[in-house]
Design a protein around this ligand. Structure first.
Ligand code: DQA
Length: 145
């Protein structure tokens, strides 16, 4: 049987993980997180397609693509677009692929402008505040679907 495909989509500034505000986001790079996810995905018999973009429309296109490709689930760390993007909310609602919201930090314990999550209005579940483990927890939840 073909492996289940999980898209892991990362939004703006996440390419700078490891360098960017390490006191908030830690010292792991996005490549480190990808390697950690790949290890776990192998055990779960899941194929990961991990991407990052600083452009909102790329994330919208990739959500559509996940559905078209028959992906099992999407893990989405939309970065700051989480708190601003009605386009991402609409894209998540437009597809039937389950989307899991992921954040390294816990936005609800930070500045008030991070407390609103458009992604969270349509996401299946949210994993936040666990550093890179947030991605692992989301992957486990996706695998359990
Ligand atoms: C983040 C939290 C967002 O508020 C922020 O804009 C990010 C990263 C996180 O992973 O903790 O870019 O999504």
């Amino acid at each position: 049987m073909a492996k289940r495909l999980v898209y892991v989509l990362n939004g703006p500034n996440l390419n700078l993980l490891g360098l960017r505000e390490p006191e908030i986001y830690g010292s792991d790079t996005l490549d480190d997180i990808a390697a950690m996810l790949e290890d776990r995905a192998r055990e779960l018999d899941i194929e990961i397609d991990m991407r990052q973009s600083n452009h909102e429309g790329h994330l919208v296109d990739w959500l559509h693509e996940a559905q078209a490709e028959g992906a099992h689930a999407v893990l989405l760390n939309a970065g700051a677009y989480t708190h601003t993007s009605i386009a991402l909310l609409d894209a998540i609602k437009a597809i039937s692929t389950p989307v899991f919201e992921v954040h390294l930090s816990d936005p609800t314990k930070r500045e008030p402008f991070r407390h609103l999550s458009y992604v969270g209005m349509a996401a299946r579940e949210c994993f936040q505040g666990h550093g890179p483990r947030s991605y692992l927890l989301a992957l486990e939840a996706a695998a359990a679907l």
